[in-house]
Ligand binder design. Sequence first.
Ligand code: DAK
Length: 262
Amino acid sequence: MSYETLLTDIHGDGPLKTGVITLNRPKAMNALNDQLMDELGAALLAFDRDDAIGCIILTGSEKAFAAGADIAAMKDYDFQKVYSSNYISRNWETIRSVRKPVIGVVQGVALGGGCELAMMCDVVFAAENAKFGQPEITIGVIAGAGGTQRLPRAVGKAKAMDMLLTNRWMDAAEAERCGLVSRVLPADRVMAEALAAAEKICGFGRLAVMATKEAVNAAYETPLSQGLQLERRLFHSMFGTADQREGMDAFVNKRKPAFNRG
Ligand code: DAK
């Protein structure tokens, strides 16, 4: 399938491969308009459905992961339109329903909806030039795709308030220090390292990977006791998989496990 605002590609030579989605509106610094969000939803779901794909990478350009929602498109909206259509929330929620891991690779700016999109990824690799910010207040609105909720959970209330209220941007080093990103890498290595991490994930058992993602995400949505119960049930369910037998047999026989081979 081809898209107008995205590029897609497949990498790897193992049984499971990595689907790469690159946001591609260079003239608008990857501003997230409805077409891009629709195409992104479709591309994510297509890779999620594809049994040959084990992991997804979402990235932008060297200058911009994404500069936020498209302000030119939003500027003439009124309350009636955004409220009655539940403004673009359908497309913005799609990434939450993806069950395979999504690695965000951020170079340049991740602002507003761009920062929110990065926070929806499961793992985030940032280039040293990455910058994260929630500048909505400077254009008379507030963050609307999770910035006021995910940012405090990621970096704590004090830093989140600072970013949301004063438009202070965080550089990559600070973002890594306070837990907004997983790893910081030189720009010329960040994509290769993300592909290597994705390949590693693709080499593990598909069901164990999906169950891990489901259990970690539950930590944000449930009380501890319920999260622990879900983890235990998912752990039990692993004993119904061929990968559990393969992984444990490989360990005791001192050989490399071969997961996902049917
Ligand atoms: N929208 C539209 N166009 C944008 C854009 C944006 N967010 N950001 C950049 N561009 C365009 C610029 O207009 C310019 O276009 P031309 O003039 O060349 O035609 C081109 O990209 C290059 O930008 P600059 O000339 O400004 O380049 P600079 O390097 O000087 O500055 C910048 C780059 C990224 C720092 C600057 O462009 C900037 O501050 N951009 C705006 C950042 C921003 O305020 N973002 C937050 C937008 S509000 C929701 C879902 C999502 C959201 C809300 C609700 N629901 C589900 C309910 C999200 C809201 C937002 O993200």
